[in-house]
Design a binder for this molecule. Structure first.
Ligand SMILES: [Zn+2]
Length: 471
C-alpha cells in the first residue's frame, strides 16, 4: 500500500565556476557574520533579562544595514530561526541533565538556505540560487536526483528548501535537496526486535507463525574495513604531522592528505549505513512490522576508559560505531518509530530454557545438558529482545520453535576469486558471440569490406574492442 509522502534529503556535489564560486564563498562568510551578530544580540538581551523570540532575532537582523546582509531575505530569516531552534534544543538537553551551552562560538562559515520558489528557481538548464534583488545570483547546473526507493528521477516540483553547504573534508560545495517521496506503509501487526552490535550492526527477529522465528543477521565487515583503513592511514599521517613545523609546506600537505582520507571515508560510511538500514528495512517491510524494538545500547560508548569496560581497540570501535545513524535511517526507510528496551543479559540467556551462559566466539551453545540449544550468538540476543518486547520478560520460545537464520552482507562485494571467475565466463561469452558473428559475416566480407566495418561497429557495441580487431 502506498500513500503517505515522506521527505528525504539528497546530497549532490556541485562544481561552481569562477565567479559563482567566489560568490558562494563570500556569501557563506556573510551568513556566518550574520549568525555571529544574532548570537551577540541574543546574549545582550539575556543580560537585560529579556528572552527574545525567533521573530525578535529576525527583526534584529532585518534592522541591520542592507550592505551587512548581502543575502536573500529568506536566507537571513532562516539563520534567525536556526539560532532560535538551536537555543531551544540546548535548553531541552540541559533539562535532561546534559552539560551543554546555548550557541556562543563565533562562526566563520555557514550553509546558505534557499526557499522554494523564492530562494531558488529553475530556468531552461540552470538552477538559480538567489542572493536577493539587485544582486548577482549563484548559478549551477540542474542536478539529477534519483529516488532511492523507486529508482526514478525526482521532478524539481517536489524539491523543498535547498541548502548550499561546504563539504570541509572533500573541499567542494554540495547541495542538500529534500524531496518528497512516496513509500509503502505497513498494515500488519508484527513485532520486530533488533539486536545491535559492532560486528553485526543489526540482527532482526520476527515471529512468522506460531513455530517459526525469522532472523536476519546483517554483517558489517565492510564498515569495519573502511574504518580500520581510515584509522591506520590517519594515524600514520598524524604521527608525521607531529614531527613537522606548524604551518610549514610539509605540514600543510599532510593536513590536506588527512582531509582527503576523512572526506572519502565519510562518504563511504554514509553509504554503508544506508546499505545496512536498507537490508534491515527490507526485513521490516517484508514481515509487515508495525512495532520496532531495539535493545538499548545508548551511552555504551561513554566513559569506557573510567569504567575500564574495554581495551583501547574496543574503545575506538565503540566510539566510531554509527548505531544512532543506522537507527535513524531505518526509521526513515520504514516509517516505523523505534522503541528502546533494556537489553541486559539478552545475549547470555538461553532462549529455550533461560539458563544464563557466557558464549565465547560467534556461536551460542547452552550448557544445560537437558537443553542443548545451539544457535548463532547474535540471533540469541535478537530472539530474547523479541520475547521481552512481546511478553515484558524473557520467556522460553518453546520446544518446537525453529529459528530460521538468514545471513546477509551489508555490501555485496565479490571476493577476488569470484570476480576472476566472473570475468572468465564473461570473456568466454564475448568470444563465442564474436566468433558467431564473424562466421555469419564472413560471407559478406568477400563482397564489400567498407560496409562491413560500418555495420559492425554500429550494430553491436557490446562486443569488446579487441575482439572487433580480430574480426
Ligand atoms: Zn538452554
Amino acid at each position: 500500500m502506498v500513500d503517505k509522502g515522506e521527505y528525504r534529503t539528497a546530497i549532490v556535489h556541485v562544481t561552481l565556476t569562477g565567479s559563482s564560486y567566489r560568490l558562494a564563498h563570500d556569501s557563506c562568510h556573510a551568513a556566518a557574520l550574520l549568525w555571529n551578530q544574532a548570537v551577540d544580540f541574543v546574549h545582550g538581551e539575556w543580560k537585560a533579562k529579556r528572552s527574545p523570540s525567533k521573530y525578535d532575532i529576525q527583526a534584529h537582523l532585518n534592522s541591520l544595514d542592507r550592505q551587512d546582509r548581502p543575502l536573500h531575505a529568506h536566507t537571513t530569516e532562516i539563520i534567525a530561526h536556526d539560532l532560535h531552534e538551536a537555543i531551544k534544543t540546548s535548553h531541552a538537553n540541559r533539562k535532561n541533565g546534559m552539560k551543554v551551552r546555548s550557541p556562543w562560538r563565533k562562526k566563520n562559515y555557514r550553509p546558505l538556505s534557499f526557499t522554494k520558489n523564492f530562494g531558488w528557481r529553475i530556468s531552461k538548464d540552470q538552477l538559480h540560487l538567489s542572493l536577493g534583488r539587485g544582486r548577482p545570483r549563484i548559478d549551477v547546473a540542474i542536478p539529477t536526483i534519483v529516488d532511492s526507493a523507486t529508482n526514478k528521477n525526482v521532478d524539481p516540483e517536489l524539491w523543498g528548501e535547498i541548502q548550499l553547504c561546504w563539504d570541509q573534508d572533500n573541499r567542494r560545495f554540495s547541495l542538500h535537496i529534500p524531496y518528497q517521496t512516496l513509500r509503502e506503509i505497513s498494515t500488519g501487526h508484527a513485532v520486530t526486535a533488533i539486536d545491535e552490535g559492532v560486528i553485526n550492526p543489526m540482527t532482526l527477529a520476527t515471529w512468522v507463525d506460531d513455530t517459526t522465528i525469522d532472523v536476519t543477521i546483517i554483517n558489517g565487515r565492510e564498515g569495519r574495513a573502511i574504518k580500520r583503513q581510515r584509522n591506520k592511514s590517519v594515524g600514520q599521517i598524524q604521527r608525521k604531522i607531529s614531527r613537522c613545523k606548524n604551518g610549514s609546506r610539509k605540514h600543510r600537505r599532510l593536513v590536506m592528505a588527512r582531509k582527503k582520507i576523512n572526506g572519502k571515508t565519510k562518504l563511504a560510511l554514509r553509504d554503508f549505513d544506508h546499505q545496512v538500514s536498507r537490508k534491515a528495512a527490507n526485513h521490516v517491510i517484508n514481515h509487515n512490522t508495525t512495532r520496532l524494538v531495539v535493545g538499548d545500547v545508548r551511552g555504551i560508548e561513554k566513559k569506557t576508559k573510567q569504567r575500564r569496560s574495554a581495551n583501547r581497540h574496543q574503545r575506538q570501535q565503540l566510539s566510531q560505531w554509527s548505531r544512532g545513524r543506522q537507527e535513524g535511517y531505518l526509521s526513515e526507510k520504514t516509517n516505523v518509530e523505534i522503541e528502546h528496551l533494556n537489553e541486559s543479559y539478552s545475549s547470555q540467556t538461553c532462549p529455550a530454557c533461560l539458563t544464563p551462559n557466557r558464549p565465547s566466539g560467534r556461536y551460542y551453545r547452552c550448557k544445560n545438558p537437558d537443553c542443548g540449544f545451539t544457535c548463532h550468538r547474535d540471533a540469541v540476543g535478537a530472539v530474547n529482545i523479541l520475547q521481552k518486547a512481546i511478553y515484558g520478560e524473557y520467556i522460553p520460545i518453546g520446544p518446537d520453535a525453529t529459528i530460521r537464520v538468514t545471513y546477509l552482507r551489508a555490501v555485496e562485494r565479490w571476493s577476488l576469486d569470484q570476480r576472476k571467475a566472473h570475468r572468465k565466463v564473461q570473456c568466454q561469452k564475448a568470444r563465442a558471440l564474436s566468433s558467431a558473428q564473424n562466421r555469419a559475416l564472413s560471407d559478406v566480407t568477400q563482397i564489400s569490406k567498407p560496409i562491413l566495418a560500418n555495420s559492425f561497429t554500429s550494430t553491436d557495441s557490446s562486443v569488446p574492442d579487441q575482439l572487433v580487431v580480430v574480426a
